[in-house]
Design a protein around this ligand. Structure first.
Ligand SMILES: [Zn+2]
Ligand SMILES: [Zn+2]
Length: 363
């Protein structure tokens, strides 16, 4: 496979040096253009060069010319462009609907349909998708959590009489006053079993991780668990652990997800559903990331590379330099094993290292 040999090629020291040199030139060129346009004030310089052990993965703020290829096993079935969505049946009456970037579900029962989430990205197609399967009315909408990108397509479903969410989600939505995210009509604190005809969805809350109020939606008959913005099957999590509100809580909840006896995981994102193997792989990555960041924090000396005056007068600079060097070591540690194992490793590994070192220092 050409992508494999290409990827191995990228890891060769000679190629790595060449790419590092290019990255250095880019950094220096952008610093020069800042210097060239600023007037009067003593402008910041990029120093003599980039850090000596700069990873070949482009850092935050440097434009990426060529992203690592997406591994075949991270891709899902294609979406027909003219249609804009695809349906995947997950068991009796339960369907995932997706545009291969977002995922939501609906469940058909004897006299109606329950919808779980309405991502605005394809909300206009959700009713079309349901109508491929049934003419029954939409009776319930469940919100996984409060975030705009997963539920603000609610209005496109028309009037849905019952909206169910966690009580924290209602609190956040009441504060947001967003006309595109109508308030829930039913809330719960720990557990809520929705039984409609012969179908069941078990809703439960496992504490703060991604966001207060983010719930698990489990379909026992279909052995399907939907939990959004926590596990990214085949992919690097979105930046900073998918902007987790509570990073230790996030790590703990991914472990909890591992223990649930699902067969299919709907993670709310990416192009395919997940399995326990995907959860295991993400946990392995999180463990390696935590170790790499902890080791880098322990072995990097604050202020070491700074001049004496800056080290004395500018504690923020001491941390900037320290944390940059910690992140560099963290990225360098992870790249050999993970660059080809998780799609978009190169897109977010810096963000994960920065988020991890911060959480280890302050949480
Ligand atoms: Zn979210
Ligand atoms: Zn999301």
């Amino acid at each position: 496979m050409p992508s494999t040999s290409n990827t191995i090629g990228l890891l060769r020291p000679r190629t790595r040096r060449a790419l590092t040199h290019t990255a250095t030139l880019l950094v220096l060129a952008s610093a020069a253009s800042i210097a060239g346009t600023a007037r009067g004030a003593d402008v910041q310089s990029a120093g003599d060069a980039a850090y000596p052990d700069m990873p070949r993965i482009a850092p935050i703020g440097v434009r990426i010319g060529h992203y690592l290829p997406v591994p075949q096993e991270s891709k899902g079935p294609p979406v027909e462009p003219a249609k804009g969505y695809r349906l995947e049946q997950l068991g009796k009456g339960l369907y995932m609907i997706t545009d291969n970037a977002y995922q939501s579900m609906f469940m058909v029962y004897e006299t109606g349909v329950v919808v779980v989430d309405a991502p605005p990205a394809y909300a206009a197609h959700i009713v079309e998708g349901i109508r491929e399967v049934t003419d029954k009315p939409l009776t319930h909408l469940i919100y996984s959590h409060s975030h705009v990108d997963h539920i603000a397509g609610a209005r496109a479903l028309g009037k849905v009489p019952i909206i169910i969410a966690h009580e924290e989600t209602k609190h956040l939505l009441a504060r947001a006053k967003d006309p595109n995210r109508p308030l829930p009509t039913v809330t719960f604190r720990d557990r809520y079993a929705l039984t409609v005809g012969s179908q069941v969805l078990e809703l439960s809350y496992h504490g703060d991780a991604h966001e207060p109020g983010n719930i698990h939606i489990y379909a026992p008959a279909q052995q399907t668990l939907m939990v959004v913005d926590m596990v990214f099957p085949g992919w690097m999590p979105w930046r900073r652990f998918a902007v987790a509100h509570d990073i230790p809580g996030y790590f703990a909840q991914v472990e909890e997800i591992r223990k649930i006896p699902f067969k299919t995981l709907v993670g709310g994102h990416v192009s395919r559903t997940g399995t326990h193997a995907d959860v295991d792989r993400q946990i392995e990555f999180l463990g390696d990331l935590k170790s790499a960041a902890a080791k880098a924090l322990a072995t990097t000396k604050p202020g070491e590379a700074l001049d004496a005056e800056t080290a004395r007068d500018n504690p923020w600079a001491v941390f900037d330099d320290y944390i940059d060097r910690v992140a560099i070591q963290c990225v360098n540690d992870l790249t050999p094993k993970w660059a080809t194992k998780l799609a978009a490793y190169d897109v977010y590994v810096w963000d994960q290292c920065y988020a991890m070192e911060q959480s280890l220092r302050i949480d």
